[in-house]
Design a protein around this ligand. Structure first.
Ligand SMILES: NC(=O)c1ccc[n+]([C@@H]2O[C@H](COP(=O)([O-])OP(=O)(O)OC[C@H]3O[C@@H](n4cnc5c(N)ncnc54)[C@H](O)[C@@H]3O)[C@@H](O)[C@H]2O)c1
Length: 272
């Protein structure tokens, strides 16, 4: 049996109660990490931590509104003292606001940026003193294919995701001296509650999803576990030497300027 890849590591996962964060928490715990699920969804987060523990893993739910610097600090410090250190941050918390920019209020704009962008700054600041006690540490930020291209009716979201990639690159440069590697995963269409919410704002969610997936060469939405596997790779020495970069997990979406998946693909016919 190969060693578990995160044995003895402590990971703090924001937005860990749902979607990609939930998949990250489960996979990291299965790989031996002690995981802190930091989220505002208390019931869901507690159930997840209990499920991980029941499966023999180590997890703790930490109520944390990532827009609040003081809560991020308390949650990170608690993670480090509870489990005896901290080596990994995965920043998954995110929200989307749908509508044309001229209909936004300043509050809409600020609310989105304060979840999608600012907590990366807060979490880096508060994790750094703990990271400095380890030879290696890792930050994985969740960007989006929208870190590279635009998308209709989500201007602040797209701006925030471009910024997440830029911030990830900058962190990688400034903290390499500390043994920290920082990378950004850029998911495409991924089947999570956020995607379902986004689709629900359209007239015909099923038709809207089908139309979006025709634009994806693999023809399928990503599963949260696809993103979790990429996060695992970037949170251990399997990715030694990789920092300040983006890992696109999108079924081929941004490889082409235009695409129309007319015939069923093997990924559609035979999901693994
Ligand atoms: N689903 C997609 O298609 C897709 C594509 C590209 C990028 N993303 C990004 O992936 C990340 C994860 O999203 P998801 O799709 O898993 O959505 P999700 O809604 O399932 O998960 C987001 C989590 O963030 C948490 N959260 C929101 N505000 C918070 C706050 N103030 N404090 C703490 N936690 C908070 C939510 O409670 C939720 O658990 C997000 O950054 C999102 O922008 C999603």
């Amino acid at each position: 049996m190969p060693n578990k890849r995160l044995e003895g590591r402590v990971a703090w996962v924001s937005g860990g109660a749902s979607g990609m964060g939930e998949a990250v928490a489960e996979l990291f715990a299965a790989e031996g990490a002690c995981v802190v699920v930091a989220d505002i969804q208390q019931e869901r987060g507690q159930l997840l931590a209990a499920r991980i523990s029941a499966n023999g893993g180590s997890a703790h739910f930490s109520y944390c509104d990532v827009t609040q610097d003081i809560q991020v600090r308390a949650s990170i410090d608690d993670a480090a003292s509870r489990f005896g250190g901290l080596e990994i941050l995965v920043n998954c918390a995110g929200v989307v606001h749908v509508g044309p920019l001229h209909e936004y209020t300043e509050t809409n704009w600020d609310a989105l940026m304060s979840v999608n962008l600012k907590p990366i700054f807060f979490s880096l600041k508060h994790a750094l003193p703990h990271f400095r006690l380890s030879r290696r540490s890792y930050i994985v930020n969740i960007g989006s294919v929208g870190s590279f291209v635009g998308q209709g009716l989500t201007p602040a979201y797209i701006a925030s995701k471009h910024a997440v990639l830029g911030l990830s690159r900058s962190i990688a440069l400034d903290y390499a001296a500390y043994g920290l590697r920082c990378n950004c995963i850029c998911p495409g269409i991924t089947d999570t509650p956020m995607l379902r919410y986004h689709l629900s704002t359209t007239a015909d969610p099923a038709a809207n999803l089908a139309a979006r997936l025709r634009r994806v060469p693999m023809g399928v939405a990503m599963y949260p576990r696809d993103i979790a596997r990429a996060a695992l790779f970037l949170s251990c020495e399997d990715s030694s030497g990789i920092t300040g970069t983006s890992l696109v997990v999108d079924g081929g979406y941004i490889a082409a300027a235009e695409w129309d998946t007319a015939a069923p693909t093997q990924f559609m016919k035979d999901p693994l």
